[in-house]
Design a binder for this molecule. Structure first.
Ligand code: ZN
Length: 591
């Protein structure tokens, strides 16, 4: 991605007064040192949205939205960083530094624009065919599947007639070249050099970006023996399957309002759930990718998985759920009776019954433990070992250390083995996992869900924004192992990285945070008082926490061995006592 020089972005933020920018959208009133108004990101009657002009950030106490002036535009206008910067530069009269585009890049951006126009024209043509006399049979098919006209219209459903050149001729008449049409994937070139329509005799489903521009199509077969059942556009300069979630552009407003999204598998599941008024997107048969999850992240932090029961918890569905958990989403699974999918279930049982299923949805990890346990005989050693072997990789993918520990306890309980043994295994698995968590060579900051952020971490984050000097000294005095188990480690790690590269300032920190991290940081920074009197005390408490964790682990093991028989295990117990005293001595030194 093209980036602007850091210095330019800093200058821009100096010029672009956050109060002035936000006032375009929200009426703000001065309140003490801050400004207050009604939050544009959630519905409210009393203002909980605050803007801190001095530190350059906003924060909402109601919905936790937060960030700097650039993040505000990104969230409010649903645009990317580069566009937000452009918009601000224009508004405040700064000339943008050249994003060095060479001829090739200029050509490719012109090409992308043309491809978008082709898709728009094609969608319009497919729609016209559906609404024509020839489309009557397809309109009946759609109605028979329980999709009403309004939903069909919103989805932009269309019809590709059986002929070989219908679309080709229509689009070439509109001036698009054959080469462009081949590149768009709407035409295929045969061995004899002839080009024909890719989609023939199919129900057409336009696939859009979250902005609504159409970038690809899915085509469903209309005859029984027609293969394949679903035919999709190939990857093109504007369409990457792994970066696209079906239906996001239609659902994003409802998703934002509801605070969760339902993830379904197919286009018809989507249509039915969307028609029922629920917030929904579809993965369309493939496992979710990190890029898709990050896209979703911009709108919501909670996902309810609604796959058909045979597929849930296995294959693509399981991989999607685990990815979402690893990306810090709260994930629930809604189960349906065997043989049903959301599409057929709603048609048969109605919207209220489906809503009931959603209410009864279970947190993913609970669901998985129950389901996996049911598949093994936990009364046999062999069954317990297999159960743990299945569950440990799942545990290892939980980003939050405290959550991982709690999950370890549940596994231990199910498999009836002692906590410490399981926890040790989970930790081992988690360490092995970390090597694969590196994405593009950079540890993904998104991977941390914020479980329990302790007072000491909050204190340190507060000081990083309000008095960075001593806070950085305290932060640097911590060891990596002391930061690793913390819920807020991604923020602390980022601050350390910036400091090591001599680039730390509260403003740069805010700019580099992900949306969720920005919520955490601005929430803490808007508090009047820090949670801990000074930064050094925060570091001290974090050091103590590590000792206490180690102490508790040793104590658990001692308790366990004593239950098994103190005399038998006396030498091991003695060794543990010695370790325990060493830790207690260290703890005293830390008070
Ligand atoms: Zn809000």
């Amino acid at each position: 991605m093209a980036l602007y020089p850091a210095q330019f972005v800093e200058d821009l933020k100096q010029h672009a007064d956050i109060v002035v920018v936000i006032q375009d959208y929200v009426s703000l009133k001065k309140s003490g040192a801050n400004y207050k108004g009604l939050c544009p990101f959630h519905n409210e009657k009393t203002p909980s949205f605050t803007v801190n002009r001095d530190k350059g950030f906003f924060h909402c106490y109601g919905c936790s939205a937060g960030g700097d002036v650039i993040k505000f535009l990104e969230l409010h206008d649903k645009i990317g960083f580069v566009d937000a910067v452009k918009q601000l530069a224009q508004r405040f009269g700064l000339s943008l530094p050249e994003l060095e585009a060479n001829d090739e890049q200029r050509a490719s951006s012109a090409e992308r624009e043309t491809l978008l126009k082709v898709h728009e024209a094609a969608a319009k043509w497919f729609r016209e065919q559906l609404l024509s006399a020839a489309g009557a049979r397809i309109r009946k098919y759609i109605a028979d599947r329980g999709i009403n006209d309004a939903t069909s219209d919103a989805q932009g459903l269309g019809f590709a007639p059986p002929g070989r050149e219908g679309l080709k001729q229509a689009l070439m008449t509109q001036g698009f070249s054959q080469a462009t049409l081949v590149k768009s994937g709407l035409l295929v070139q045969r061995d004899d050099g002839q080009t024909i329509d890719r989609f023939r005799n199919r129900l057409m489903i336009p696939i859009g970006r979250d902005t609504g521009s159409i970038i690809a199509f899915g085509g469903r077969a209309l005859d029984k023996d027609q293969q394949p059942k679903y035919l999709n556009s190939p990857e093109t300069p504007i369409y990457s399957k792994s970066r696209t979630l079906y239906g996001l552009h239609l659902s994003k407003a409802v998703i934002r309002q509801s605070g969760f999204v339902i993830l379904v598998e197919g286009y018809f599941d989507f249509g039915q759930v969307f028609q029922a008024g629920f917030p929904v997107v579809a993965s369309c048969g493939t496992a979710l990718t990190p890029q898709q999850a990050q896209q979703l992240r911009r709108f919501v932090g909670k996902v309810v998985l609604s796959y058909d029961p045979d597929a849930a918890g296995q294959g693509a569905a399981a991989r999607s759920s685990e990815l979402l958990v690893a990306e810090g989403f709260e994930v629930n699974v809604a189960t349906l009776p065997a043989g049903a999918d959301p599409d057929t279930f709603i048609q048969k049982n109605g919207v209220a019954a489906y809503g009931e299923r959603l209410k009864l949805s279970q947190p993913y990890l609970d669901y998985l433990v129950d389901r996996t346990a049911a598949g093994h005989n936990l009364n046999s050693d062999e069954g317990r070992v297999k159960f743990l072997a299945d569950m440990l990789p799942v545990a290892a993918r939980i980003p939050d250390a405290a959550m991982r520990d709690r999950f370890g306890d549940r596994l231990a309980f199910k498999a009836r083995v002692t906590d410490e043994v399981v926890r040790a295994q989970i930790r081992k698995a988690a360490v092995q996992k970390q090597t694969t968590v590196l994405r593009d060579g950079v540890p993904s900051r998104l991977l941390s869900g914020f479980g329990n952020v302790t007072k000491a971490e909050k204190g340190l984050i507060w000081w990083l924004i309000h008095e960075p000097g001593p806070a950085l000294t305290a932060l640097e005095s911590l060891e990596a192992e002391e930061i690793e188990p913390l819920a807020g480690r991604s923020v602390l790690d980022l601050a350390r990285q910036l400091n090591e590269n001599r680039g730390f300032s509260p403003s740069v920190l805010l700019e580099r945070l992900s949306t969720v991290e920005a919520q955490l940081v601005t929430g803490i920074a808007s508090e009047k008082e820090p949670h801990v009197n000074d930064a050094e005390s925060c570091a001290q408490i974090i050091r103590r926490m590590r000792c206490e964790r180690e102490h508790a682990a040793i104590q658990r093991e001692i308790d366990h061995l004593q239950e098994l028989g103190a005399t038998e295990h006396s030498s091991r117990i003695d060794a543990l006592w010695a370790q325990k005293h060493e830790i207690l001595r260290r703890l005293e030194g830390l008070i």
